[in-house]
Design a binder for this molecule. Structure first.
Ligand code: IPM
Ligand code: MG
Length: 352
């Protein structure tokens, strides 16, 4: 099969981790007899440097016409002095919104070999961790009305959700739960926020169509606590945009390293966007010590979205073998030390 993949390497460690993932994808293409064309485009700080804006029109057009978008990470201190509307992160929010990617899936799974790297006690981890954070991605406070008043002495952002926005993300969560352990925990702050009360009401309506799925609601502060107290209680964690941003970082730490977790963003566009959940880590950029595994696993999620399931499983198996064989980038704790490039090479070799 022939597929066109847009690569948005971005900033910081972005180019290193995407190049490792591309190496793995190339090996997968050879092994399964596919042709993947890689189309490199600019988004984030690198796009500001080249085009003056974080999300050039031509990048959006290329993504819309592609079969999948693989993203590294964006941002860094170099662009800190940019005005708010022209920051690298605006590129990321812009592409999510332009492609209609309302559903962000962030699986947090613990690899038993890496449980040493988790800050949680073995007695907490032994019940297993397999949480799927389903984060609403193009609504809420990230996209609500914002502004400055009083000569810039007062600022506001608005948390806003419509029924249809909540309904479509809730459906994604329940559909996923049906393929998993049939449990949805919806996160809100319904004791304080009106938008959360609407969220909760709509989630309950959607739940009626899924009688086999158990639904419970947690306030976000309690959810943050329960995640570290007993992560095994969670299957699908359904969150509004900002709560999902925060809880997915927390969930990643339970698994040992933020360098391991991929995410997919899906919606109304054929091409989804696939990226690690971590940032651009400017402090370690260019040193060949970043962990490419999250990006490699994001590439596997991209293949799943192209209906190349066997290929996606092959990548996941290759990552599993690499970890089981003891190969570790510095963030993964003790083991046979490798850099980013070498890690990519070993995973590619393990594709067979
Ligand atoms: C993420 C990131 C982004 C977000 C930032 C970089 C805008 O933290 O993907 O989780 O908040 O969505
Ligand atoms: Mg985040």
């Amino acid at each position: 099969m022939e597929k066109r993949i847009v690569v948005l390497a971005g900033d910081g460690i972005g180019p290193e981790i995407t190049s490792a993932a591309v190496e793995v994808l190339k090996k997968t293409a050879v092994k399964f007899g596919h042709k993947f064309d890689f189309d490199y485009r600019y988004m984030g700080g690198c796009a500001i440097d080249k085009f003056g804006v974080p999300l050039p029109e031509e990048t959006v057009a290329a993504c819309k016409a592609s079969d999948g978008v693989l993203l590294g990470a964006v941002g860094g201190p170099k662009w800190d002095s940019q005005p708010a509307e022209n920051r690298p992160e605006k590129g990321l929010l812009g592409i999510r919104s332009a492609l209609g990617l309302y559903a962000n899936l962030r699986p947090a799974v613990i690899y038993p070999e890496l449980s040493d790297a988790s800050p949680l006690k073995p007695s907490v981890l032994e019940k297993g961790v397999d949480v799927m954070v389903v984060r609403e991605l193009i609504g809420g406070i990230y996209f609500g009305r914002r502004g400055l008043e009083d000569d810039g002495k007062t600022a506001y952002d608005t948390e806003i959700y419509s029924e249809s926005e909540v309904r479509r993300i809730a459906k994604v969560a329940f559909d996923l739960a049906m393929t998993r352990r049939k449990k949805v925990t919806s996160v809100d702050k319904a004791n304080v926020l009106l938008s959360s009360r609407l969220w909760r009401r709509v989630v309950e309506e959607v739940a009626k169509d899924y009688p086999e799925v158990a639904l419970n609601h947690l306030y976000v502060d309690n959810a943050a606590m329960q995640l570290v107290k007993d992560p095994s209680q969670f299957d699908v964690l359904l969150c509004p945009n900002m709560f999902g941003d925060i809880l997915s970082d927390e969930a990643s730490q339970i698994t040992g390293s933020i360098g391991l977790l991929p995410s997919s963003s899906l919606g109304t566009c054929r091409a989804g966007l696939f990226e690690p959940i971590h940032g651009s880590a400017p402090d370690i950029a260019g040193q060949d010590i970043a962990n490419p595994i999250a990006t490699v696993l994001a590439a596997a999620m991209m293949l799943d979205n192209m209906n190349l399931h066997e290929e996606a499983r092959a990548i996941e198996k290759a990552v599993g073998k690499t970890i089981a064989d003891g190969w570790r980038t510095p963030d993964m704790g003790e083991g046979k030390r490798v850099g980013c490039k070498e890690m990519g090479r070993i995973i590619a070799k393990n594709i067979g």
